[in-house]
Design a binder for this molecule. Structure first.
Ligand code: GLC
Length: 742
């Protein structure tokens, strides 16, 4: 017994001695804030300067002396970008960094399924862990203000509420792996052409009611560890160091405790970089894609020059210490987080997530005569179009990937129809035969020198003899299509596709058009084409996802996350002349002022105000079965605190299992300010067997009844009468209940 006591005393003495030796910042049992303060107190000025700016294209320094490793970021929102050379955009040519390319985020938003978003973020986090990345530069949550926006495919649509419900679980799933999100591009980066020079002019209401909610939810609910400042200006300050958006709104009002990372090359001014909320400066001396000074890292605004200015007494270390605290907090959440798993790349589970998001995001826009699903037995199916064969995971800017594989739409149909039906292919048109980005090449040879009329004639002839024709058209990731750094010049389909589609539909009554894009396109022929599907950019499993929907293995359940306008004349952003888009150049051509004159009236909000009918409405999506939404009830006819609970019945009135997205919109019947006719404030996706009815509960809170009061600088809900509408599209709301906010 005596020995045991002796041993215990010795062991506890040794443990406390050891404890004394383990500094607080290295002790995982200690509170992160205590570890931050301890590490900060040990760092030299030079070490503090080192951690707040890049040391290579995608990495920044740790503190080797203290055992804090270098910090690695990487793009992007749809998959982990291949490693690039230390100080180049060119890929490094590794053989262990091919990834899973997940569907683009527009498809994720079209799933209207937060569970998909969580699984997506988590799978991406596991791929990032394996690749040794502490931060993924995504997701993007900029609002679709115009269908011409070059990066819309990377974002989550036109509605702030849908965006906020999808970004939160994505961020939580990603960060549950110990990998930081970096929600971008904060804020008002809604088009690309002049993204470095645009100064956005916008009302406070539109800013807070439309463009900020996705970021606010990511920060307040998602607890995002990173935010990326946008290139453009607001109130004449670049958003990578902006007193109003970063210090006031993000850090003060929302309580953001993570790091603000500049977009690559988004920092332009030392004093603002020091004082206006920037914490980690990346990519300076480059425009984010092309030009750049090599090894400019010592010349960064927050590098040697800043250190010198401190030593000369121009600044204290007040701002510096605040930046370093946030960077250290990021370290302890990621690289120094011993609980995080190891991660893995290209696993079955990740491909399953990619397939699930594709299956839930593809939107059946039109299906006259129930041409779909295809009944392939013994039939001849003609596949037409460059987008049936062209790889889409390479290109488009920083979200470009080196996918382990990418199944094309043609391959997917060939795989699924092997031995069941004859599948033929006709090119139809030649669009863009390029296939490389930063040294990653698709390896495809899409060259075809035949004249357009020959290609068209061939497709039409073959269409005459086919039972079904599936045309894969749309956009691609080349400049002025769905591509970073440029906007589209027109909403029409490129490469004369309209002519091809019309010619084929004229000779085959079972023509199906599948649009591959992240954006709406004009479809002047849509009354001549019985079936239309929005196929998105689906990544590695594209062909599988599309074939399964077209053949009925998957019952489509996607709903549009944006309004599918007939043409630009229906778009608010294009209804107020150049000043509203792309803007008016100021003297000296350095800054272009773009005024969001449509204000809060974006998307369906605009369509309602102008009483316009789009080609397809926000929230629209068909199924191979049919649904009935009925019996909307409010738990109470009035509320004092703004919280409301509704129930609504959804019935599968068709013959196959399927999922519907029941949507709840709110109307403020009388208000001291102008408000949209209705706004999405709740939704739920529900799967139903044939004949099954489920009662769905939808909840709204005071914010759902509120508008941004510009005088008070806060949200305000005015007492009075409200209406709640329910249905499964913004233009299909059969249920209505009135209630009162006391
Ligand atoms: C690009 C993009 C940004 C990306 C970054 C790094 O210019 O704007 O989304 O994460 O630079 O590639």
């Amino acid at each position: 017994m005596k020995n045991k006591i002796t041993f215990f005393l010795f062991a506890s003495a040794f443990a406390s001695l050891l404890q004394a030796q383990t500094p607080v910042y290295l002790d995982p049992s200690k509170d992160i804030e205590a570890r931050v303060e301890d590490a900060l107190s040990r760092m030299t000025l030079a070490e503090k300067i080192d951690v707040i700016h890049a040391q290579s294209k995608f990495s920044s320094a740790g503190v080797k002396r203290l055992g804090l490793p270098d910090f690695w970021t990487d793009d992007g929102p749809h998959g982990v970008r291949p490693d690039v050379l230390w100080d180049e955009w060119e890929q490094a040519g590794q053989t262990n960094d091919s990834c899973v390319a997940f569907p683009a985020l527009t498809c994720l938003a079209a799933s209207w399924n937060p569970d998909c978003a969580r699984a997506y973020g988590h799978a991406l986090g596991e791929e990032a862990l394996y690749r040794g990345k502490g931060m993924i530069l995504g997701p993007g949550v900029n609002i679709y203000r115009t269908p011409l926006g070059g990066r819309n495919f990377e974002y989550m649509g036109e509605d702030p509420y849908l965006t906020s419900r999808i970004v939160v679980p994505y961020v939580q799933g990603l960060q549950s792996c110990g990998v930081a999100s970096c929600v971008k591009h904060y804020c008002l980066n809604n088009d690309e052409q002049y993204r470095h020079q645009v100064n956005v002019i916008i009302s406070d209401r539109a800013l807070h009611e439309i463009y900020l909610p996705g970021f606010e939810a990511a920060v307040k609910e998602g607890k995002a560890w990173g935010i990326m400042g946008a290139y453009n200006l607001y109130k004449d300050e670049h958003n990578c160091h902006n007193q109003y958006t970063l210090n006031k709104i993000l850090k003060h009002d929302w309580g953001f405790d993570g790091v603000v990372v500049s977009d690559w090359g988004g920092a332009h001014n030392m004093d603002q970089a020091v004082k206006n909320g920037l914490d980690m400066e990346f990519g300076t001396w480059t425009d984010g894609l092309t030009m750049g000074a090599t090894n400019a890292y010592d010349m960064y605004y927050l590098s040697k020059g800043y250190q010198k200015a401190i030593l000369e007494g121009k600044y204290t270390t007040k701002e510096l210490d605040e930046k370093v605290r946030r960077v250290l907090r990021l370290f302890f959440r990621t690289t120094m987080n011993k609980q995080k798993p190891y991660g893995f790349l290209c696993s079955e589970s990740h491909y399953e997530v990619a397939q699930q998001v594709a299956a839930e995001g593809i939107v059946l826009l039109q299906n006259e005569g129930n041409v779909l699903p295809i009944k392939p037995e013994g039939k001849k199916i003609l596949v037409v179009g460059e987008n049936a064969i062209k790889m889409m995971t390479v290109g488009g800017g920083s979200s470009s990937l080196k996918a382990q594989h990418e199944i094309s739409p043609l391959q997917g149909l060939q795989m699924r129809l092997k031995g069941k039906a004859a599948v033929e292919f006709a090119r139809g048109y030649v669009g863009d035969v390029s296939g490389d980005y930063n040294g990653v090449t698709t390896g495809q040879n899409l060259k075809d020198d035949r004249a357009p009329e020959v290609l068209l004639a061939e497709a039409v002839e073959m269409a005459k003899a086919a039972d079904y024709v599936v045309i894969f058209g749309g956009l691609n990731k080349s400049g002025h299509q769905d591509c970073e750094g440029t906007d589209r010049k027109t909403m029409a389909l490129p490469y004369n596709q309209d002519k091809l589609i019309e010619a084929i539909a004229a000779v085959n009554k079972q023509t199906i058009y599948v649009n591959i894009s992240g954006n709406a396109v004009c479809m002047p022929w849509r009354k001549q084409v019985p079936a239309i599907v929005q196929g998105w950019f689906l990544g590695s499993e594209a062909g599988i996802g599309l074939a399964d929907v077209l053949l009925g293995n998957t019952n489509p359940s996607g709903h549009l996350p944006f309004t599918w306008y007939e043409d630009l004349n229906q778009v608010g952003a294009h209804s107020f002349g150049e000043a509203a888009f792309p803007g008016i150049w100021r003297e000296g051509k350095k800054i272009i002022d773009e005024e969001y004159k449509e204000g809060i009236y974006v998307g369906y909000r605009w369509m309602d105000k102008q009483k316009l009918k789009p080609a397809f409405a926000f929230g629209h999506g068909l199924s191979y079965t049919s649904f009935k939404v009925s019996g909307l009830k409010a738990a109470s006819k009035e509320t004092a605190d703004g919280n409301m609970t509704f129930t609504v019945d959804v019935t599968n009135t068709g013959s196959v299992e399927g999922s519907d997205v029941v949507q709840l919109y709110i109307t403020d019947q009388k208000c001291s300010v102008d408000r949209p006719a209705k706004e999405l404030k709740a939704f739920q996706k529900v799967s139903l067997k044939p004949g099954e009815t489920k009662t769905v509960t939808l909840r709204t809170d005071r914010r759902a009844l509120s508008f941004w009061d510009e005088q008070a600088g806060d949200w305000k809900a005015e007492p009075g009468d409200f209406i709640a509408w329910a249905g499964d599209s913004s233009d299909r709301l059969p249920c209505k209940v009135k209630f009162v906010l006391k």
